[in-house]
Design a protein around this ligand. Structure first.
Ligand code: FE2
Length: 180
């Protein structure tokens, strides 16, 4: 039997109830890769036929985690950013996403400026999911029509998050709907 969205939701609930920490999230990442291998799920929620935009597939009323479908039309390069006090898992549905993970070269004492250096670069292909645990800084770069499914620990629009300007080193607060 194919692994369906409903089963994924129920697995996320039981895993994150038992272990909301990094190990539990890693289990969720592996389950998301399983879900991305279900062609019916992709067809319905993340294909050429899916209406473009950001769709909330599920938000857990008790634990607060969200499952989001990012149905993009246009290519985009994001600035490096964090996910605040939360975490994020990115699961590629179609095309690809080039990921860069960044380390801070400064000690973080200056809240308005930062010096970053790339720590890791890789391409997420369909069926693969990457995880960004507490405080991890990453940036994403995807082509036209790339679609991905994202699981976040909470609604990221409601928490304090920052993005980094690589040219000036400025650290700025992210506004809602700057999404990823
Ligand atoms: Fe992100």
């Amino acid at each position: 039997m194919a692994y369906e969205l409903d089963q994924f939701i129920s697995d996320c609930r039981s895993i994150l109830s038992r272990d909301p920490g990094p190990k539990g999230r890693e289990e969720v990442r592996a389950k998301l890769e399983h879900l991305l291998k279900n062609p019916d799920f992709i067809r319905k929620h993340a294909s050429e036929d899916t209406p473009r935009g950001l769709h909330v597939l599920y938000e857990d009323p008790k634990l607060g985690f969200q499952i989001l479908a990012h149905i993009n039309d246009k290519a985009r390069v994001s600035p490096p950013h964090d996910h605040g006090e939360s975490w994020a898992i990115y699961g590629q549905a179609t095309h690809y996403t080039d990921m860069t993970e960044w380390d801070r070269e400064d000690n973080g004492a200056d809240h308005d400026h930062a010096k970053l250096k790339p720590a890791k670069k890789y391409r997420l292909m369909p069926g693969q999911a990457g995880i960004y645990q507490d405080g991890k800084i990453h940036s994403i770069d995807y082509p036209d029509y790339a679609r991905f499914i994202r699981v976040t620990g909470t609604n990221l629009d409601k928490i304090h998050r920052v993005r980094f300007d690589l040219k000036t080193g400025e650290v700025r607060q992210m506004t809602p709907q700057q999404a990823t």
